[in-house]
Design a protein around this ligand. Structure first.
Ligand code: PFF
Length: 448
């Protein structure tokens, strides 16, 4: 066992770090595109309900596991177990989460690398480096490898510095920049011709779609991905929260920030698409739906930026820097999961563990890059559509069925003396025990 563990130095430190993990490409890219393809505001509505009613309780379960155990996911859950089978089960769930985090980072790092390369393009253009500008946005293995490596380098750099000097310090620096950039971009795009049509499409709910199974599944998947659940990441972040803090309100604040930023990203992306249409860019696919996925981020939006003249270079730069920052504060959490496991369970020195695991995950990214057609979607599907919901569900089962109820209350009471008489305590334990696992399982089975 490592002798001293890190801890967030303040409540703000935790909020920004956990919000940094939560707010990522999933919010700024995933949420607006899902909204666009799932009936606009109807999706937003369902998402809000599911985020607070299902993802938040599951998120709380992961935070409680970590803060109680004061250790990585496996050790923490084993501390909650009394019987041998429970300890084995703890290992499977905790280690599964660690693997899931590593798998997600292996494909997320490639996409984040593209965000960085698209940020360099307008900068190179401004500096008159035409050749560089063209090369960084041309698809190619070398370009992909280079930028995935650069992104992994930044991730490793921060995680090597530990909880306070790495995760907390950089989240405190980067999250405000992210929010300011997002606000500036929204304010600018909203003033352009065509933006109001986009706002209308975004905020006008097609209520007939609210109960469509596909919409429910997409919204729940999005909420789980966004709160980084089922990856051991929130367990380890929970383990760095001081005992004097109120977990219930911290968890709620992070959920609120996550949902708000996703909503704000929609206010940027959907109007931007309609502005692009106004400029003559095609924004609807052949089947009449709004273009989403990579085409939206790497073709439609850049076409819009191009049509803006020289100011477009600055807007493009700001947009892709925003994406890169969002990705980086998420990727550091994904690396922290496996690193804390290696440090605490195998007594490996932090710097060594970080570099070795970072390189291993990068090797996986390289494998994906050389087989990109088949592997990128496949790994993303395994990790996010299977791994995350199953492990998040098992974490709820752990807290609801295995963890002793009086110990659970004791843990929640730290920093929240009156919790026993609160609404939270009346609803949440029962909710985590029955409602969350069943709902997650139902949605998961349906998606199969
Ligand atoms: N929450 C991040 C996003 O919305 O982009 C993605 C993520 C981060 C998933 C950390 C999993 C994880 F462990």
């Amino acid at each position: 066992m490592a002798t001293s563990r890190g801890e967030f130095s303040s409540r703000l430190g935790f909020i920004l770090a956990a919000a940094g993990s939560a707010v990522g490409l999933g919010n700024i890219w995933g949420f607006p595109t899902q909204t666009a393809t799932n009936g606009g505001a109807a999706f937003v509505l369902v998402y809000l309900v599911l985020a607070f009613c299902l993802a938040y309780p599951a998120f709380m379960a992961e935070l409680v596991i970590g803060r109680y155990g004061q250790a990585n996911a496996v050790t923490s859950m084993q501390k909650m177990s009394r019987k041998t089978w429970q300890k084995q089960f703890a290992f499977i769930v905790g280690f599964g989460g660690v693997i899931c985090a590593g798998l997600i980072l292996s494909f997320y790092g490639i996409i984040a690398g593209w965000m960085m390369s698209y940020a360099i393009e307008p900068a190179a253009e401004l500096l008159g480096m035409r050749g560089v500008a063209t090369w960084v946005v041309s698809q190619g293995d070398i370009r992909n490898i280079l930028f995935a490596a650069l992104f992994m380098f930044f991730t490793i750099f921060i995680i090597r510095k530990g909880v306070e000097q790495g995760i907390e310090k950089w989240s405190k620096r980067l999250m405000p920049v992210l929010i300011v950039l997002l606000l500036m971009l929204i304010l600018y795009v909203i003033t352009l011709d065509g933006a109001i049509d986009g706002l209308r499409a975004y905020l006008n709910p097609d209520l007939s779609r609210v109960l469509e199974p596909d919409l429910l599944i997409s919204a729940l998947g999005q909420a789980f991905f966004s709160l980084s659940l089922g990856t051991s990441v929130m367990v380890i972040y929970g383990s760095y929260i001081a005992k004097k803090e109120n977990l219930v309100s911290l968890g709620a604040q992070v959920t609120l920030i996550d949902v708000t930023i996703a909503f704000m990203a929609g206010l940027l992306i959907i109007p931007a698409m309609y502005v692009a249409q106004y400029q003559g860019v095609e924004i609807f696919a052949a089947d009449g739906s709004l273009i989403s996925g990579p085409t939206m981020v790497f073709d439609v939006l850049p076409a819009l930026f191009n049509s803006m003249g020289s100011i477009g270079l600055f807007v493009a730069f700001a947009f892709f820097v925003l994406m890169s920052i969002a990705a980086l504060t998420s990727s550091i959490s994904m690396l922290e999961g496996p690193v804390s496991y290696a440090v605490e369970r195998h007594n490996i020195e932090r710097n060594k563990a970080t570099t070795a695991i970072g390189l291993l995950i990068f090797a996986m990214s390289a494998l994906i890059i050389f087989n990109i057609e088949f592997m990128l979607d496949f790994i993303a599907m395994i990790a996010t559509e299977y791994g995350q919901p199953i492990i998040a569900m098992l974490c709820c089962v752990f807290v609801g069925w295995i963890f002793n109820r009086s110990d659970l209350l004791e843990e929640i009471k730290h920093g929240n003396e009156d919790v026993e008489s609160s609404w939270f305590w009346k609803i949440w334990p029962w909710y985590t025990k029955f409602v969350c696992p069943v709902a997650i399982l139902m949605v998961f089975l349906h998606s199969l």
